[in-house]
Design a protein. Structure first.
Lengths: 172, 210
């Protein structure tokens, strides 16, 4: 068939520069979209879980370990089960436990950042009780090394309310 | 929550002597008034010699007015917190339950108490569901603002509730208080003290009361 050579080649050769540019941009966007759909996830998520609640409790915590393939930042999260999801930092000020919302948490390349004690995810305004055996879907909002926004879903099983944290004991 | 909600700041400062004692203890130096050689060495901070004379008047989760004296005869593990607390409070209550299990039969002589510093959101009903989820013998306590303040002061504890960008932030002392069977505060342990170490301290306090 001669159609292909005669339609695309002359078009590319004689079309105005602007059209060629547009064609390239379109192709680039299509390539990027295709790559994004098949790219491995930005993060490896280890041991995600959410603490169960009793009826009437409107908040809970989500915990996991995040390892990013590239320098990235966690800028927030969302979940259909909660009105609001926030990344919090907890710090001990002598014996006082203080918690504050973080606008962004650095996830350095190939470094595991534990969201358990110092950092954790807060589910605020729960729409239902969280019971053991259920799974909560969270969407992590990220910014990758190129500055592009990325979302990654995490399925976190609900663990018992009285699940103990294995606090690190650095002095032992 | 209304924006007019004020920041409540309740602070009860430990006396200077206590701070000095803590510094000396941390430095491994003998301190004036430190427990005698026969006293057991605690993993937590031994406050026996300070005679805190702590007490409280609060309402338990079943609606009864309670004081610390009501729990005489048992070694009390007490912590301050709030039910929306994501990590420290559930971990502390889970640890109390573990201590009771670790102590075996002696665990029956241990009473876990949880005092909410967020009585506005922590209703008795919510405490009734939350606290026994860790151990059916544990008791949740709630007071008026004045009663809560008095309880925190009695245990040299601090808490602050602030409305920050639409979020209620509750900062509070995360220590555990071990109270002996006569109502004397004996040991204060940090929140990251292991259940095993806390159980040993509780066992020592149980033995000292025999």
């Amino acid at each position: 068939m001669m159609g292909k050579a005669h339609t695309s080649e002359p078009w590319a050769r004689f079309a105005p520069a602007a059209a060629r540019l547009a064609w390239r941009i379109l192709g680039g966007v299509a390539l990027c979209a295709g790559a994004a759909a098949h790219a491995p996830a930005l993060l490896t998520v280890g041991n995600p879980w959410v603490r169960a609640t009793v009826e009437g409790q409107t908040g809970s915590g989500a915990y996991m370990e995040l390892t990013s393939r590239e320098d990235a930042r966690l800028t927030g999260a969302s979940a259909s089960v909660a009105e609001r999801v926030e990344v919090h930092e907890m710090r001990m000020d002598h014996d006082m436990m203080r918690m504050r919302r973080l606008d962004s948490l650095a996830l350095p390349k190939n470094t595991t950042v534990a969201l358990d004690h110092q950092y954790h995810i807060m589910l605020i305004g729960l729409r239902r009780q969280l019971q053991v055996g259920q799974t909560v879907q969270l969407t992590l909002h990220l910014i990758d090394a190129t500055g592009a926004r990325r979302d990654q879903d995490v399925l976190a099983p609900v663990r018992a309310l009285n699940t103990a944290m294995d606090h690190p004991r650095p002095h032992e | 929550m209304s924006n007019s909600r004020h920041c409540r700041h309740r602070a009860a400062r430990a006396p200077l002597a206590l701070a000095l004692w803590a510094c000396l203890a941390a430095a491994g130096l003998p301190a004036q008034g430190a427990p005698s050689a026969t006293a057991p060495t605690m993993h937590g901070r031994d406050v026996s010699a300070e005679h805190w004379n702590a007490s409280f008047t609060l309402t338990d989760m079943n609606g009864r007015q309670r004081t610390l004296g009501d729990f005489a005869g048992k070694v009390v593990l007490l912590s301050f917190g709030y039910t929306h607390c994501p990590d420290v409070c559930p971990t502390t209550l889970a640890k109390f339950a573990q201590v009771r299990r670790l102590l075996g039969a002696d665990g029956q002589r241990v009473q876990g108490l949880f005092v909410t510093v967020d009585p506005e959101r922590d209703t008795l009903e919510l405490l009734r569901r939350f606290v026994p989820a860790f151990d059916p013998t544990f008791v949740g306590l709630r007071g008026t603002e004045a009663q809560t303040d008095a309880a925190a002061r009695a245990f040299h504890a601090n808490y602050e509730i602030t409305d920050f960008r639409g979020s209620i932030l509750v900062d509070h002392t995360a220590a555990t208080y071990v109270v002996d069977s006569r109502g004397q505060v004996r040991v204060v342990t940090p929140y990251d003290q292991s259940a095993g170490d806390l159980a040993q301290d509780v066992a020592a306090v149980l033995r000292s009361g025999e």
